[in-house]
Design a protein around this ligand. Structure first.
Ligand code: NAP
Length: 307
């Protein structure tokens, strides 16, 4: 029987691992299909305090793993495919068919950015195609980029990118944004932002090393044309990794885990941290803070079982 199982090796999960390990709980941390979470997909992280010169996302993850292991955390590369309550405890089935029983669980499974699903975006992922303006925007200083999407994220990211980029073109598949009026207006008023309505990216173009453009298809006429750009920012939504909790833990309408101000889910002994519940900040540092809080709450919960 494990004291605490932490699902996720992103910043939330690994911070929870450092804290629960230092509390002598010997946590078991399970890394899912996206080891390292969103940081595992990022290059330069320039906004994580303590790294004045910045740090590579995967390097930050590797250091956090090492730090957690130093205090006795065990990290296993296996995804949980089934979650059940078993009396006062919890049973997890892993993708290698093994099962684990735990007294407490911290869900830090994150949210995965939605991708277009075309082959060429995979080829240029991290080489001009990105899903995080906050993380990668500064790398495009003085360049021209496109942002795909018509929601609040696309507006916010486009506005943010004008701090660095000379031109930001929003590519939207329809002729109207779903974004809130305030963000929509702010984006449309910005002289550095242009919009290509009724357009979808058919292909990301590049020279083999970096993005050089996109092939756009007009959804009305069906005509395709190449469009020069240095970067492609996808802002077409996120998908929280909560599938195994459906019908068991309380989720919001978009599938995000519902937790209270003390990181507790609706099930005593199960806590949530990071992008799996955060629809607002989604930063490495806020995920770390949430992981810390969830660990402290899990520790208190386990103590209460012994009282
Ligand atoms: P969203 O509201 O779901 O918008 C996603 C956008 O991407 C939509 O415009 C959608 O087009 C487009 N899209 C989806 N799949 C696509 C595909 N395969 N190809 C091309 N376009 C595609 O997602 P979000 O903007 O990330 O926002 C998520 C939630 O967070 C929302 O509730 C939002 O209000 C909130 N949020 C709030 C703020 C804020 O208030 N400051 C900031 C960011 C996010 P269609 O419109 O045609 O469906």
């Amino acid at each position: 029987m494990e004291n605490v199982v932490i699902l996720g090796t992103g910043m939330a999960g690994l911070t929870a691992a450092v804290y629960t390990a230092r509390a002598s709980l010997s946590p078991l941390v399970l890394g899912g299909p996206e080891d390292g979470g969103q940081l595992g997909l990022t290059t330069d992280v320039e906004n994580f305090p303590g790294f004045p010169e910045g740090v590579q996302g995967p390097e930050l993850i590797a250091m956090a793993k090492k730090q957690a292991e130093r205090f006795g955390a065990r990290i296993k590369q296996a995804a949980a495919v089934r979650f059940e309550r078993k009396g006062n405890n919890f049973a997890l089935t892993l993708d290698d068919d093994s099962t684990i029983d735990a007294r407490a669980v911290i869900v830090a499974t994150g949210a995965s950015a939605r991708w277009l699903g075309i082959e060429s975006e995979k080829k240029y992922r991290g080489r001009g195609v990105t899903t995080c303006a906050t993380c990668d925007g500064a790398l495009f200083r003085g360049k021209e980029v496109v942002v795909v999407g018509g929601g609040d994220s696309a507006m916010e990211e486009s506005i943010f990118l004008t701090k660095f980029c000379t031109k930001v073109t929003i590519i939207h598949r329809r002729d109207a944004f779903r974004a809130s009026r305030i963000l929509r207006d702010r984006a449309l008023k910005n002289p550095r932002i242009k919009v290509r309505w009724n357009s979808v990216i058919e292909e990301v173009l590049g020279d083999g090393k970096k993005v050089t453009g996109v092939r756009l298809k007009d959804t009305k006429s069906g005509k395709a044309a190449d469009f020069k750009t240095d970067g492609v920012f996808l802002a077409i939504g996120h998908i929280p990794n909560t599938k195994i909790f459906e019908g068991i833990l309380k989720l919001d309408g978009n599938g995000y885990l519902k937790i209270d101000s003390r990181m507790r889910t609706n099930m005593p002994g199960v806590f949530g941290a990071g992008d799996v519940h955060d629809t607002v900040y989604r930063q490495a540092v806020t995920a770390a803070g949430a992981g810390c809080a969830a660990a402290i709450e899990a520790e208190k919960y386990l103590e209460s079982l012994e009282a």
